[in-house]
Write a protein that binds this ligand. Structure first.
Ligand code: 9MR
Ligand code: 9MR
Ligand code: ZN
Length: 583
């Protein structure tokens, strides 16, 4: 086995306050800014700042800047608004430092493309040299798969005594029962590897599909059709080509009775090897209600989007979605997924499924106009709260996207009028977080948890939706601040997107990036970012005393801070594609 890269030996710049190494005090969007949009730069030191153009002329001055304490980072921070600037290179100087800032017409075009192409690199398939360049690899996970049907052995009493009460409680709910005779071993092709691991999970995949399809529906001009993927040039926009790769897989993940398997993974997480070397068997896990709701929603949405390109595919998606919905209505009780004992890959446990059912009903109604779906959507709407959440666990925001931008007035008093008001109220909270943060980051100081980038990007999505509904510029600026955050305007002076930015993540928790022997990680993948809540013990120890927004290790082993995931890329695509469409 090749020696893997892990970054563990790197100097602990921001990680260890004891080294005393100071970060530069000017923090910028490292890819630059667009002429017509807000240009905010963060500075952490007090003093006078001057912005000069390339010819040395002073363009703006900022006298007596007094940074304020920022709770999340522990830094003192001030945001400087650079104002209207023509494309060009500028230098901001102050506090004994200076930093070059670029203004250009399309600063985020390349990174938007890269974030979509990042999903191509996650394909469970051969990546050819033509499309993947040095990141090519042979086909992977090509074996036959069977359902996981191993009986659960009783837990010995002495082991039970050591299991935390929370997990014990979970073990009381048995995994969902299998259906009928075990199907013959078969090949399930394609799908995206979820994250740094090679698992393929239906719920997270469907959520990713949702983000991407809405990004395309709302901002087609923001997504380029030139991604150099195998389907490029086939007359279908590349973002739809890429998304279909996951949908084709998802269709194979439906059980004979209509429910969807929760996931397709090996028994344990693989070592840090290339995907083609991960040759142990994969299993179809038990089904789950959340996964079924998510898949129904994504497939119903897909049947609308792809109809113009491929009728037969659209029909298949809709038939599968309806069949899945029938299963759900026949199984109305809430029952969270549980990993069967012995299957140790990602859990994606989610105790609530009304939000998944809500999203599914909305999409089915939007696609078919059938009143039964509207009634169901209205019913589940009464139980959903988080209309600005778009993550793997809480998908109500995706239902809101459907209602606000596809159904619109057809949604009527509940799914449009009431929902719109509730959504607008909820999205204020996103902006409040931006205002409360020194760097303008939409993550509350107490909420830097595993995958905190999702909070920032979800709030970015909510603020964009608000802007589309109200035209509010403060909301738009709040959303742009999330792109700035991801691209370096943050407490770490770090771009979280591999391959982009002068100072960027180099050692993501991503098996191919660690095992391929290539110095640069696979490009276009976004890191989960700082986490100060659910850390690995060794990370907790290493980050003791470090502020939440700095609780980050650019070290391969730190899945808790530096893993990548498809459903973190996709909300970033949504945000980046929006701003890209404005430039
Ligand atoms: O690599 C795994 C990553 O993809 C998961 O998100 C993470 C949490 O479920 O687990 C990682 O796998 C680790 C495992 O949980 C414990 N042994 C070390 C594995 C690699 O870091
Ligand atoms: O994104 C998930 C995060 O919200 C959880 O806190 C974390 C630990 O359970 O798991 C994350 O999901 C991982 C999944 O379990 C396995 N594949 C990698 C995912 C990203 O880290
Ligand atoms: Zn694979």
């Amino acid at each position: 086995m090749k020696k893997t890269k892990n970054g563990a030996g790197r100097p602990l710049l921001w990680q260890d306050p004891k080294t005393g190494e100071a970060l530069p005090c000017i923090r910028i969007n490292q890819l630059g800014y667009a002429p017509m949009l807000p240009k905010e730069v963060a500075v952490t030191a007090a003093g006078d700042y001057v912005l000069t153009a390339e010819n040395g002329m002073t363009v703006a001055t900022f006298a007596n800047v007094t940074p304020k304490q920022d709770e999340a980072s522990g830094d003192t921070v001030a945001l400087l608004s650079l104002g209207d600037l023509a494309p060009g290179k500028y230098t901001l100087s102050g506090a004994g430092e200076s930093r070059e800032i670029t203004v250009s017409k399309k600063p985020w075009r390349e990174v938007t493309d890269a974030l979509i192409k990042g999903l191509y690199f996650q394909r469970c398939d051969e990546l050819s040299e033509e499309h993947a360049g040095i990141y090519k690899h042979p086909a992977c996970h090509t074996g036959l798969v069977e359902e996981w049907r191993k009986p659960e052995p009783p837990i010995p009493e002495d082991v039970k005594a050591k299991i935390p009460p929370f997990f014990l409680k979970m073990l009381e709910i048995p995994p969902e029962e299998p259906y009928g005779e075990a199907p013959a071993p078969r090949r399930i092709k394609g799908g995206w590897h979820d994250a740094g691991d090679f698992g393929k999970y239906v719920g997270p995949g469907a959520v990713t599909v949702g983000h991407l399809l809405y990004a395309w529906k709302l901002f087609p001009a923001g997504c380029s059709d030139d991604l150099n993927i195998p389907e490029s040039g086939n007359g279908v926009p590349d973002i739809l080509n890429e998304t279909r790769f996951e949908l084709d897989w998802m269709l194979q993940m439906q059980r004979a009775d209509g429910a969807f398997y929760h996931k397709l993974t090996t028994e344990k997480f693989a070592d840090f090897i290339m995907p083609e070397d991960d040759t142990v068997p994969e299993y179809l896990s038990p089904i789950s209600r959340c996964a079924t709701g998510d898949a129904v929603a994504a497939l119903a949405l897909a049947s609308r989007v792809y109809r113009a390109y491929d009728e037969a595919f659209a029909d298949r998606c809709l038939a599968s979605a309806k069949f899945g919905w029938e299963w759900l209505t026949a199984h109305p009780e809430r029952r969270p997924y549980r990993n069967p004992m012995g299957l140790h890959t990602g859990f994606y446990g989610d105790g609530e499924d009304h939000d998944e059912r809500f999203w599914a009903a909305c999409e089915l109604y939007a696609t078919t106009g059938d009143e039964a779906y509207r009634e169901a959507a209205e019913g589940f709407y009464r139980e959903v709260r988080k209309l600005s959440s778009f993550g793997w666990a809480e998908v109500s925001g995706l239902g809101a996207l459907c209602c606000l931008f596809d159904l619109k007035e057809k949604g009527g008093p509940v799914l449009y009028d009431d929902l719109k008001e509730a959504f607008l109220r909820r999205s204020e909270w996103a902006l409040l977080n931006v205002k409360a943060s020194g760097y303008g980051t939409a993550i509350p100081a107490t909420k830097y948890e595993w995958g905190s980038i999702l909070t920032s990007m979800s709030n970015g999505m909510a603020m964009i939706m608000n802007t589309l509904l109200t035209g509010r510029e403060d909301m738009q600026a709040g959303a742009l601040a999330q792109l700035d955050y991801a691209l370096g305007r943050n407490a770490l002076d770090l771009s979280f997107i591999t391959g982009y930015g002068e100072r960027r993540v180099m050692f993501p928790h991503h098996r191919p990036s660690a095992a391929d022997g290539i110095e640069d990680p696979v490009p276009g993948l976004i890191s989960g970012g700082p986490n100060s809540i659910n850390n690995y013990p060794w990370v907790k120890e290493r980050l003791a005393g470090v502020a939440p927004a700095k609780s980050f290790l650019d070290v391969t082993d730190s899945a808790d801070t530096n893993e990548i995931a498809i459903y973190w890329n996709s909300p970033a695509v949504f945000v980046a594609a929006y701003f890209n469409s404005l430039t």
